[in-house]
Ligand binder design. Structure first.
Ligand code: G4P
Length: 525
């Protein structure tokens, strides 16, 4: 197959949701419909179950399991699908943001009873920033849920994106009959299925058919009325607008009962984008260029503390990746060869010879890689779009074993490269500050420093609200700001200047006094 055909048949996307909305269930059902697994429940979820903070070892264990399920590839008809799973636990939100940089599109799962939840809002912000095409799956329609019209309004308002319902629910709580697929004008019913299997599918395409009407009775009339209403409000879906991330096609369904799953999947493979151009600092890279390029978007530590090696996930951007070929690691200029690159098919990991744009390749890493690193055939390409977001929690980190100073520095550096947390260094006193999204990471870092690097750290509290990357065209004001706020200035790991606001009040004051300075909450403004 030609390179362009391989690219055109690939769909690489991330499934995201607030925990418990049904992301894992939907992913498994995709694999089931794709024939990649026979029974749902076989794939261990990337989900970190509701565990107490102190139970982080359990979480690390689950992260170990999640390596295999971080990416799930399978063939569906002519298409090659790569699902990028994201951790549900909100303490790992940064992981999710980074995974989005490797996704060509996104499916957002929303719980019909709960509507839009906090984490979904933030994830949508990232999609908006990157103009990622988004589809929405409103799950658990079999359970007591909100009125579908109200849900559409809420989703539009909360996610700040226009939605376009391509399926419509039939029936009510305790009498949910399924979804009518407006995109294909079909209603699918299932028989002989369980929660883990699909069973027989019957397709009804004539709404006036008596057999169908009796199947959905007493909801037939209401369905007809509602469909008419929707036709009036939602004209044809504008594919261009979907591609630009302005309109989100939306499907109602119940992943547990199979409803709506094939519907969104079939529409998705037809309409979602195949891998497109990617921006680097130097130029735009097109997927069908002959030379290979790719970037690291995720690094996973080995779960065995005796081996400090890691698994780096590379998204192929252009050309084709080949096993045992020498590639250049752009940041260090080193030549690297990968003798056992892995791909991820369903829940299995296997060594591959070749990979194409859109594919994710797992490579063994002994500590060379950082998140965002480029790998090419020699060209110096620096990939853009790996933003760091302001952490939510901050602590000073101190060396607790004077004999292990070097180990601590090395451990901290590598853990930061992996993206476990962010490290800031105070300009005033050189003290190191760790910033995280959740409290859990502090325990994870301490534990891993001790077990993987034989280093000990302790934390000291610090009052801090946000890390703000500062920018201004006015050099005089910037100098003045630096002088006045010297105590609160830090550098991040790339050496960029960051103002650490102690409180919302302090930030407001700084903004008021220095209107010429822009305060950004992410590093890529
Ligand atoms: P997540 O990955 O987004 O965190 O959610 P997950 O798929 O694990 O689903 C969370 C819970 O919601 C699970 O129940 C799952 O069975 C249930 N669920 C998912 N989709 C549907 C649906 O369409 N309808 C209904 N009624 N329930 C659904 P659990 O009891 O937490 O877990 P389990 O013991 O069933 O695995």
């Amino acid at each position: 197959m030609k390179l362009t055909d391989e690219i055109a048949r690939r769909r690489t996307f991330a499934i995201v949701s607030h925990p418990d909305a049904g992301k894992t269930t939907l992913t498994e059902k995709f694999l089931l419909f794709g024939g990649a697994i026979n029974v749902a429940g076989a794939v261990k979820s990337n989900k970190i179950r509701k565990t107490a903070t102190s139970d982080f070892m359990e979480i690390e264990k689950q992260r170990g399991i999640s390596v295999a399920t971080s990416v799930m590839g399978f063939d569906y008809g002519e298409k090659k699908i790569n699902i990028l799973d994201t951790p549900g636990h909100q303490d790992f939100a940064e992981d999710t943001f980074r995974t989005l940089t490797a996704a060509d599109s996104v499916i957002i799962v929303i719980d019909a009873a709960k509507g839009v939840e906090a984490q979904t809002r933030r994830l949508m912000e990232v999609c908006r920033m990157r103009k990622t095409p988004v589809m929405v799956f409103v799950n658990k329609m079999d359970r007591p849920s909100r009125d579908p019209f109200d849900l559409l309004d809420e989703i539009e308002e909360e996610l700040k994106i226009q939605v376009h319902p391509l399926s419509w629910p039939v029936g009510t709580v305790n009498d949910f009959r399924g979804v009518y697929n407006r995109y294909e004008s079909v209603f699918r019913s299932f028989s002989g299925h369980t929660k883990q299997t699909i069973g027989e599918i019957t397709e009804h395409s004539d709404l006036q058919n008596e057999e169908f009407k009796s199947y959905i009775a007493p909801h037939a009339e209401k369905l007809e009325e509602e469909l008419e209403l929707i036709e009036g409000v939602y004209a044809e879906l504008d594919m261009e607008e979907y591609m630009q991330g302005k309109v989100a096609p939306l499907f109602f369904g119940s992943a547990l009962n199979n409803f709506g799953v094939k519907d969104i999947l079939d529409c998705f493979i037809q309409t979602a984008p195949s891998p497109g151009p990617v921006l680097t600092e130097e130029r735009e890279v097109l997927p069908d260029e002959q030379k290979f390029s790719g970037f690291v978007f995720k690094i996973h530590a080995n779960m065995d503390p005796k081996h400090r090696d890691r698994l780096a996930f590379i998204k192929v951007v252009s050309g084709q990746f080949e096993r045992n070929k020498a590639y250049s690691h752009v940041r260090t200029g080193r030549q690297l060869k990968f003798s056992s690159p892995t791909s991820f098919m369903a829940e299995k990991k296997s060594v591959i010879e070749i990979a194409y744009p859109g594919d994710i390749v797992g490579v063994h890493d002994t500590g060379n890689f950082k998140i965002g690193d480029g790998v090419t055939e020699g060209e110096k390409l620096h990939f853009q779009g790996m933003p760091s977001f302001s952490p939510e929690m901050f602590r000073y980190v101190e060396n607790a074993d004077p004999m292990k100073f070097k180990q601590l520095a090395k451990g901290l550096e590598q853990l930061m490269d992996e993206g476990v947390a962010q490290l800031f260094v105070s300009l005033a006193n050189g003290r190191k500050i760790i910033g995280t999204v959740g409290a859990l990471q502090f325990d994870v870092i301490q534990y891993r420093l001790e077990h993987e690097y034989a280093a000990k750290c302790r934390y000291e509290p610090i009052t801090m609200f946000k890390a703000c990357w500062i920018e201004s065209d006015n050099k005089v004001k910037l100098k003045d700001f630096r002088l006045r706020k010297y105590q609160q200035l830090c550098t991040d790991k790339e050496g960029r200047e960051v103002y650490m606001a102690e409180s919302p009040y302090a930030l407001d004051m700084a903004r008021g006094k220095f209107p010429e300075i822009t305060f950004h909450f992410n590093s890529e403004f």
